[in-house]
Design a protein around this ligand. Structure first.
Ligand code: TMP
Ligand code: ASP
Length: 253
């Protein structure tokens, strides 16, 4: 059997050529990185959890009419997705102050924001994904004004959906990052949610205790990352079992 072609390897995922034109296979690794890969580790079971969680969120978004690149999950670590032209921007939506917003503006962590704030960062590891304004985006041709309007609207729909899903299981969606891609249909383009939606790219706090259940557990050395993601998956009914049991055989005493 011919070896499939690796098209791109990122920090947490690998993209392979898909079985049909216009498709890709997205493979979720166990690697965790933070601070532009200055901090790194391998968290057993993280890829399996993020594959399942991203499937769950993308399926839910499709069900309410938000277009995504997701086609179907193939196995524990892989999903079939549509090949899209990724817009080189990270689209961040914030409901509460956390992370770089606190650092930049001196706002205390956890403060409720008067309305959801949408930010754009230019996807460039060498530059550390800097925050950019709509002026930069249009001037440098990364997206048009129409794209920007569509991206904000998509991001806010994702925010409403994700906030509701999380609230129902006692979790506050503090902020998240999505990536958006273009799909061409003849001469027309459509924007779709791409990449992944998982606790790697969201901030999720337990509403009652404030416990962090996202990648900040790794960034800030707060405990076991796989346990935090397993808790999110368990509450959402996505993964009732312990994932480490699925990735490694265990002796039963
Ligand atoms: P920030 O507060 O560090 O700017 O992060 C905002 C949101 O974006 C948070 O939910 C984490 C997510 N994020 C990523 O998904 N990838 C990244 O590289 C960074 C810096 C943040
Ligand atoms: N994903 C980024 C990195 O590895 C940063 C982060 O999520 O904190 O470097």
């Amino acid at each position: 059997m011919a070896r499939r072609k690796k098209l791109y390897e990122g920090k947490a995922k690998i993209l392979y050529e898909g079985p049909e034109p216009g498709t890709l296979v997205q493979y979720f690794k166990d690697d965790a990185t933070a601070f532009n890969a200055e901090k790194r580790d391998v968290i057993e079971g993280k890829g399996v959890l993020n594959n399942r969680l991203s499937e769950f969120f993308m399926d839910g978004l499709s069900a309410i009419g938000v277009p995504t690149h997701f086609i179907r999950r193939l196995n524990m670590r892989e999903q079939l997705v549509r090949s899209v032209e990724i817009i080189p921007l990270e689209v961040i939506v914030r409901n509460r102050a956390a992370g770089s917003l606190c650092k930049r503006l001196g706002i205390p962590e956890g403060e409720a924001l008067p309305r959801p704030i949408v930010e754009f960062c230019f996807k460039n590891d060498d530059l550390g994904d800097p925050l950019v304004s709509e002026e930069h985006i249009i001037a440098f041709g990364w997206a048009s004004q129409q794209d920007l309007d569509d991206m904000v609207s998509l991001a806010l729909r994702v925010n409403d959906f994700m906030s509701g899903v999380m609230l129902a299981v006692g979790i506050r969606l503090v902020d998240f990052k999505i990536e958006i891609g273009r799909v061409w249909e003849g001469d027309f383009q459509r924007l779709v949610v791409a990449d992944e939606i998982s606790p790697d790219s969201c901030r999720l706090w337990d509403i009652r205790t404030g416990e962090k259940l996202d990648k900040d557990v790794f960034r800030q050395d707060l405990g076991n990352l796989a346990d935090a993601y397993t808790e999110v998956a368990r509450r959402l009914g996505v993964l009732p079992n312990n994932t480490t049991q699925m990735t490694k055989p265990h002796l039963i005493n």
